[in-house]
Design a protein around this ligand. Structure first.
Ligand SMILES: NC(=O)c1ccc[n+]([C@@H]2O[C@H](COP(=O)([O-])OP(=O)(O)OC[C@H]3O[C@@H](n4cnc5c(N)ncnc54)[C@H](OP(=O)(O)O)[C@@H]3O)[C@@H](O)[C@H]2O)c1
Length: 226
């Protein structure tokens, strides 16, 4: 199974790609510029040079989406629509994970304030833009910071809330994400719940600022073991 991280040259995408390559997955970094993606892939290889790993390559977002079985979107909210428009004909019937969060820092405000979208959440906006492609949109990775992802020498002390409407697709995403050491996936319900999950990101950013850390995350307790 090949995983494309669209916008994988940025903090969040690079961290997700790094963690998946570390656990043996085959990853394609996507970028608007193939050369930038190739450089990010080289950086991941260098960071993991002493470990047994999966493969990583860098391609344009379009080529990455076309070649992958699963795509993950990790771009700022203002880049969401243009990026999706560029890849939508290549994601037919694929699982499409959305990690984008509409934070006011993208429109001149603070990173600890969420802004509402007409569709309800970034993930639902992705589903609406990709509707004709038949992609299966799942929301995940919103509450795990890039700092925790990049710190590969440590397990991630954080749950991953996963929202989506297709149970089978969610199960595939659960199994994939739980390969990352320390991460436990929690079924947050239908895609509509991304409205709440994405807002938690702005809360966590505020906590991280107040407590002067980069690693604040979320653990849900009291749920039965799977
Ligand atoms: N950083 C975190 O800790 C974190 C945590 C949870 C969720 N998120 C969410 O994950 C997403 C990515 O965050 P990030 O911090 O990785 O963002 P970022 O570093 O600012 O951007 C990621 C990538 O998006 C592409 N991009 C940037 N501006 C663009 C534009 N105007 N048009 C098209 N592509 C553009 C760039 O890739 P190319 O130039 O290579 O095309 C860039 O490397 C955001 O929605 C964020 O809210 C981030």
């Amino acid at each position: 199974m090949k995983i494309a991280v669209l916008g994988g040259t940025g903090d969040q995408g690079l961290g997700i790609a790094l963690r998946f390559v570390q656990v043996g997955e085959d990853v394609i970094i996507g970028s608007r510029k193939a050369e930038k993606a190739e450089n990010a892939a080289i950086k991941i290889e260098e960071l993991l040079k002493n470990e047994k790993v999966g493969t990583v390559e860098g391609l344009s977002n379009v080529d990455a989406a076309a070649k992958a079985d699963i795509c993950i979107l990790t771009v700022p909210i203002l880049a969401q629509k243009p990026t999706l428009d560029s890849v939508k004909e290549f994601v037919k019937d694929k699982i499409f994970i959305d990690a984008t969060v509409p934070l006011q820092s993208n429109i001149g405000g603070t990173p600890f304030t969420y802004f509402s979208l007409w569709e309800g959440s970034a993930a639902e906006r992705t589903a609406s833009i990709l509707k004709c492609s038949g992609a299966n949109v799942i929301s995940a990775f919103n509450n795990i910071s890039s700092s925790s992802l990049i710190r590969i020498e440590k397990e991630i002390d954080c749950d991953c809330l996963v929202a989506g409407d297709d149970k089978e697709a969610k199960k595939i995403v659960f199994d994939l994400i739980e390969k990352i050491p320390g991460v436990k996936c929690v079924d947050a319900g239908p895609l509509e719940q991304a409205r709440t999950v994405e807002r938690i990101t702005s809360l966590l950013i505020g906590l991280n600022i107040r407590y002067k850390t980069h690693y604040g995350g979320l653990r849900i307790t009291g749920l039965p073991e799977k």
